[in-house]
Write a protein that binds this ligand. Structure first.
Ligand code: SAM
Length: 234
């Protein structure tokens, strides 16, 4: 399993580990990590070797937390290969607990900074991407830590297929405005919205996440935004 010390140098802000893991979770981690975790060796990740059966397409979730959304999507779309990215050890352990309980085989995960993974993904290889309730980094001097950034959107534009969806959820008003502004200034994306209901109501095929439910309990409503990666001309 990857040594936590060896990944400290990457661009992850926030915690890498929380409470010590329970014995069963530690055992599950030891069991699943070697087969289900993604390691980057060359410049580009070879997707064809990742899953036992070639998936019809690949979907990516950045910052999956404890994996509630990822596991539900994987169960609902068994022909899709899911790639999750989460640097927080307890999050990865939470996902593995779900994988073990539900017997899901179409998920692989990368336990580090999403940017390292995205840089290794081939051009136009991803058919749908999710960034759900990313850390808002409220202070102005921390805005550069935000996962939704001009640089990361350029990389997402490179790896997403034409006409594919990028879904972003947030309960934070200021970050929501920031997200819309960053997406509007990127010419490769179009916001798919007709009525206010389109982004104030979670679509049926968008399972709830832990942070969304926390926000709801605290009385905060969320925005559910879907952007389309425009069809590329070449
Ligand atoms: C506020 S939590 C939301 C978790 C989950 N998506 C949800 O909605 O319940 C943000 C998540 O993004 C992860 N994260 C932060 N920086 C990241 C990065 N550079 N790459 C990938 N994930 C990151 C955090 O570890 C955390 O689990």
């Amino acid at each position: 399993m990857k040594d936590l010390e060896s990944i400290k140098g990457s661009r992850v802000y926030g915690r890498r580990q929380g409470k010590p893991l329970k014995k069963t979770s530690r055992e599950r981690l030891e069991k699943y990590f070697p087969k289900y975790s993604i390691t980057l060796e060359g410049d580009k990740l070879n997707l064809s070797n990742l899953f036992d059966h070639a998936p019809v397409e690949y979907w990516l979730e950045i910052g999956f937390g404890k994996g509630e959304h990822l596991i539900e999507q994987a169960k609902a779309n068994p022909d899709v290969g899911f790639i999750g990215c989460e640097p927080f050890l307890n999050g990865v352990s939470g996902l593995i607990d779900h994988i073990d309980r539900e017997g899901v085989t179409n998920i692989r995960f990368f336990m580090d900074d999403a940017r390292l993974l995205m840089d290794a993904l081939p051009d136009h290889s991803i058919s749908r991407a999710f960034i759900l309730f990313p850390d808002p980094w409220r202070k102005k001097r921390h805005y550069k830590r935000r996962v939704v950034s001009p640089g990361n959107l350029n990389v997402l534009s490179r790896i997403l297929k034409g006409n594919s969806q990028l879904r972003i959820g947030t309960d934070h008003h200021d970050y929501c405005r920031w997200i819309l502004a960053r997406l509007m200034e990127n010419e490769d994306f179009i916001w798919q919205v007709d009525t206010p209901d389109d982004w104030h109501t979670r679509p049926d095929d968008w399972p709830a996440t832990r942070y969304e439910l926390k926000a709801l309990e605290a009385g905060r409503l969320s925005a559910y935004m879907t952007f389309l990666r425009k069809q590329q001309l070449n």
